[in-house]
Design a protein around this ligand. Structure first.
Ligand code: FE
Ligand code: ZN
Length: 257
């Protein structure tokens, strides 16, 4: 399966997925119609499917116009997003399988950012929407801190090291600057930040990111790490030393960063 990132709005990514055997395509999180339509035309593929990771407007904004231009297009989202995702035709639950062309995938339900947030898995590729970013995670709007921690560390965290993460926003540089405040001596964060700044100055993006690398640089996957815990305790001495409490403190600090 071929994946083409499509930058949308200010810092969103939609992703065009192409089945090389049938020339069918799917789009993950079409924020807006125009850039997705242009990419579909340019690649001369048949768009049959939309995969929405959650209901926020910057991930579903292109649904209506795409379904007008591609009648019969299937629109997938979590079952609990019924009435919140425009044009939804397929109502998914944790572990469900999805398909377009000959490409078969499955979903993980990741409540936290929203109650119906899901990740789409195709082989070693994971489309995480606003649940997991490179160096960070989405704000906890509809779920609890415990749910978000579980979604990131147990559901997504269980995936193999070589999983390629295709996330919903180019927030990496800012995320890593925040990560540095928690682990000033973490050399993986420092070198990744240097690399990302170079990429960005060349007009390139940081998507996708490897899960093995996220385990070294993403504070929201590192709440069990003793060095990180020590820094959090210095900032907020009354914090309990369990991963969910650490997660809660750093998510709140990030909200104000
Ligand atoms: Fe969102
Ligand atoms: Zn978003």
């Amino acid at each position: 399966m071929k994946v083409i990132p499509i930058p949308c709005l200010n810092d969103n990514f939609a992703y065009l997925l192409i089945c090389p055997e049938t020339n069918e395509a799917a789009v993950v999180d079409p924020s807006e119609y125009e850039p997705v339509f242009k990419e579909v035309q340019k690649r001369k593929v048949t768009l049959t499917t939309i995969f929405n990771t959650h209901h926020h407007w910057d991930h579903v904004g292109g649904n209506d116009e795409l379904s007008r231009h591609f009648p019969g297009i299937k629109i997938h989202a979590h079952i609990s997003d019924r009435d919140r995702v425009p044009g939804q035709t397929d109502f998914l639950e944790d572990g469900d399988f999805v398909q377009f062309g000959n490409q078969k995938g499955s979903i993980l339900h990741n409540p936290g950012h929203t109650s119906g947030a899901i990740t789409y898995l195709f082989g070693n590729m994971a489309f995480t929407g606003d649940t997991l970013f490179s160096g960070g995670c989405g704000r906890v709007f509809e779920g609890t801190m415990e749910q978000m921690h579980h979604s990131l560390n147990v559901k997504i965290g269980k995936l193999p090291d070589d999983t390629q993460l295709y996330f919903g926003h180019e927030y990496t540089e800012n995320n890593l600057r925040f990560a540095q405040t928690l682990e000033p001596k973490n050399e993986d964060i420092q070198s990744q930040l240097t690399q990302i700044r170079k990429l960005r100055s060349e007009g390139k993006w940081s998507t996708p990111s490897l899960l093995s690398s996220e385990r070294k640089i993403n504070p929201f996957l590192r709440c069990h790490d003793q060095t990180l815990q020590k820094h959090v305790i210095q900032k907020q001495p009354d914090t309990n030393l369990d991963p969910v409490s650490i997660f809660t403190v750093i998510r709140k600090l990030k909200d104000q960063f």
